[in-house]
Design a binder for this molecule. Structure first.
Ligand code: PEP
Length: 250
């Protein structure tokens, strides 16, 4: 079942110095009204700092990791287990971002194992899917989304309680190019149909990502099938982050 819970997820990638965290959280704290879940995904070393910044009165945001291991423990140098991420107080984890797929060789099956591990650790996964420009040009967008969903979710199996799916056309990430509202609506409707049979009735939300910024957020946010955004570049500064957040309030 798709649920219309609004989420704005900020993916800081390999950016932002630790000193920027206080300014960011102060700016967000002044504006947050609780209707929209703002999720911040910093580099691993800042996870705990963000959890501490976000605690206390009026919890301004929740915290996500940008990746996790598909193993829970063992001789896997450099890996971070979902249980460790949950242990520092993060609630979400981004899984299968296109940069992980293309730059670090993550397969659909590995992503499925990560989803399974993340769920077992009590994290809500933000499961990223999206077609390359080449596949889009071949008219294979929906076929690609279906394949990514089927492969990962049949590996992971079962109910997630709540799963967030992020539709991120690869050609739109960090490029300034956007899918049109019609393309976004069509893809999100298809994704709902592809995901639902895997989840045994569990709830899910579908976010859009790819060069979302204050100037296009209102139009994209007005699409019924869009439950929020996963944002990279524009999430690094409080002003642009709030410039996307505000139109989501409707
Ligand atoms: C992303 O990396 O998930 C993303 C959507 O980046 P950007 O907003 O910069 O396109």
């Amino acid at each position: 079942m798709s649920i219309r819970k609004k989420v704005l997820a900020a993916n800081w990638k390999l950016n932002l110095a630790k000193e920027g965290i206080g300014e960011f959280s102060r700016g967000i704290r002044q504006r947050q009204d609780g209707d929209i879940e703002l999720v911040v995904a910093p580099p691993f070393p800042y996870l705990r700092d963000l959890v501490v910044e976000s605690s206390g009165e009026g919890r301004p945001f929740t915290v996500a990791a940008q990746n996790c291991s598909d193993e829970e423990s063992g001789a896997f140098t450099g890996e971070v287990a979902p249980g460790m991420i949950a242990g520092v107080g993060a609630r979400y984890v981004i899984v299968g971002h296109s940069e992980r797929r293309t730059l670090f060789g993550e397969t659909d099956e590995m992503i499925g194992r990560k989803l399974d591990r993340a769920r077992a650790a009590g994290l809500v996964p933000i499961f990223c899917i999206g077609e390359s420009e080449e596949l889009r040009d071949q008219g294979k967008t929906l076929e690609t989304l279906r394949r990514q969903i089927d492969a990962a979710l049949s590996t992971a199996g079962g109910d997630f309680g709540w799963l967030i799916v992020a539709y991120e056309p690869v050609w739109a990430i960090g490029t300034g190019k956007n899918a049109t509202p019609e393309e976004v609506r069509g893809a999100h409707q298809a994704i709902e149909g592809f995901v639902a049979p895997h989840l045994a009735g569990g709830a899910f939300s579908v976010l859009y990502g790819g060069s979302v910024k204050p100037s296009n957020a209102a139009e994209l946010a007005s699409i019924d099938e869009v439950d929020g955004f996963l944002v990279g570049g524009a999430s690094l500064a409080v002003d642009t982050c709030l410039g996307i957040y505000d139109p989501m309030r409707g």
